[in-house]
Design a protein around this ligand. Structure first.
Ligand code: HEC
Length: 120
């Protein structure tokens, strides 16, 4: 291992491995990892919610099940303003398909839901 050429190749190979690992970690692959919340119920019974909230629920169902189970947000223990932080975090993920307008509607639903629904 005295030739510099060998060292240069070793450094390049390790460098590539690091780059590949970092890009894999950053990809939206939430479906691969399973969160405990994924195993809970995957719907909310919104039949007693105000009509406006039932509308927002449809948006939530559609937008928040793209990268992971709908059960994940449904069984998370966030409440009130915590949701704002999380929905915005999800919006910033590549390919989320979320806009500030839909994000606000989803936040309104999730905040309302966290006030009325009992979770075990
Ligand atoms: C672009 C893909 C994508 C979309 C769309 C998305 N999520 Fe996520 N979500 C993720 C990923 C990836 C994780 C794994 C944790 C992380 O990377 O933050 C995650 C994790 C979560 C978690 C668990 C966070 C924790 O730390 O316990 C919640 C709750 C959540 N998402 C809610 C939502 C809601 C609500 C929506 C709809 C507004 C949504 N997600 C839409 C990618 C997405």
């Amino acid at each position: 291992m005295r030739q510099p050429v060998v060292w240069v190749s070793v450094v390049i190979v390790i460098g590539l491995m690091v780059i590949i690992t970092v890009s894999l970690v950053n990809m939206p692959q939430a479906t691969v990892k399973t969160f405990p919340a994924d195993k809970g119920p995957n719907f909310i019974d919104v039949s007693s919610y105000p009509p406006q909230m039932q509308e927002y629920y449809k948006i939530f169902e559609q937008k928040c099940s793209r990268c992971h189970t709908l059960a994940r947000p449904i069984n998370s223990k966030f409440a009130g303003e915590d949701w704002r932080k999380y929905v915005y975090k999800m919006m910033r993920k590549p390919g989320s398909g979320l806009t500030p307008k839909t994000a606000e509607q989803i936040i309104e639903l999730l905040v309302y839901d966290s006030q009325v629904r009992k979770k075990e």
